[in-house]
Design a protein around this ligand. Structure first.
Ligand code: NAP
Length: 284
């Protein structure tokens, strides 16, 4: 019998803790503030930004949204980031990706002050993650580690396989699993014998972005399977894992929706709280 890991319930637990901490800070006269920048009209990005705003409001975090038109030039965007970098009451800054093609994503990420980079995409924060001395971790991998801890699933000594090597999910996920003393393999399009690699996994994390990519014959009996994928098939959201057939083989598995997804915004809130504590000298 497998455990269906309930990302919504874990997320609610973590959020309750964050709300309490925000309240305690407010009582000390410290506010927690997040600025979210969105450029253009990408429908998915608009939904993400709306959800982030809602989460902030529920937890007592002050949020400011900057919705800029699609044709915003680089100088205007960089100027806004510079202003936000200097504002004391803004603890975290997030620029929703992807940006319109004419804007240089790297330049924009680099412009955010590392201490306010609550997405942890700035190269300085990426370096901190690499050496295992960090405040912020990209929200999706951070949420997965939080879920594993919550479920008392130990990573130590386990074979962990991460499918996908993006800067946002795959690479930081691999780093965090390594910091937890897992033995980590990262796969991509050029990986040979993918099925055999996956069959060796005690913990399998899929961040490929293809429905039914992970099939039952790729999963070891008793493995833990974490599905990061968000795909749409016939208007319905699904992950990368053929859930109905894979679940029976696992000891624990995350569903989509209701697994990793809810944790991502929660970890953004946690990073923003950490930023506020650090900037106010509460966290040394
Ligand atoms: P991405 O940048 O497109 O990366 C996908 C990775 O999968 C790449 O490393 C790619 O390999 C690999 N891949 C693709 N097809 C493959 C194949 N046939 N065989 C082996 N490897 C293959 O995507 P991402 O940003 O990491 O996101 C991955 C998925 O997670 C998406 O569905 C996204 O929507 C979802 N996501 C969910 C959350 C959440 O909160 N739940 C957050 C972020 C992302 P190469 O490097 O060789 O191209």
């Amino acid at each position: 019998m497998y455990k269906r890991i309930d990302g919504k319930a874990i997320s609610a637990d973590v959020r309750a803790g964050i709300a309490e901490e925000v309240k305690a800070l407010n009582q000390q006269g410290v506010s927690v503030g997040l600025a979210v920048i969105i450029v253009g009209e990408d429908p998915a990005s608009k939904i993400y930004v709306a959800n982030k705003k809602k989460a902030c409001a529920a937890l007592g975090i002050v949020s400011e949204e900057y919705a800029l038109p699609e044709d915003t030039d680089e100088a205007t965007l960089l100027h806004l980031i510079d202003e936000l970098n200097h504002r004391k009451e803004i603890n975290g800054i997030l620029c929703q990706l992807p940006l319109p093609k004419h804007l240089d994503e790297k330049k924009v990420i680099n412009a955010i002050l590392p201490a306010k980079d609550v997405d942890a995409f700035h190269p300085q924060n990426v370096g901190h993650i690499m050496i295992g001395d960090f405040d912020f971790v990209p929200c999706t991998p951070a949420g997965i580690i939080e879920m594993l801890h919550h479920e008392d699933i130990s990573v130590e000594g386990k074979n962990c396989v991460v499918l996908g090597r993006s800067n946002i999910v795959g690479k930081p996920m691999a780093m965090l699993l390594m910091h937890e003393n897992g033995t980590v393999t990262v796969t991509h399009r050029k990986t040979k014998n993918l099925k055999e690699v996956c069959l060796n996994a005690d913990i399998l994390v899929s961040s490929v972005g293809k429905p039914n990519f992970v099939t039952a014959d790729m999963v070891k009996e008793g493995a833990v399977v974490i599905d990061v994928g968000i795909n749409r098939v016939d208007g319905k959201v699904c992950g990368d894992v053929d859930f109905d057939r894979v679940a029976e083989k696992t000891s624990a598995i995350t569903p989509v929706p209701g697994g990793v997804g809810p944790m991502t915004i929660t970890m953004l809130m946690k990073n923003t709280l950490t930023a506020a504590k650090r900037q106010n000298g509460i966290l040394k």
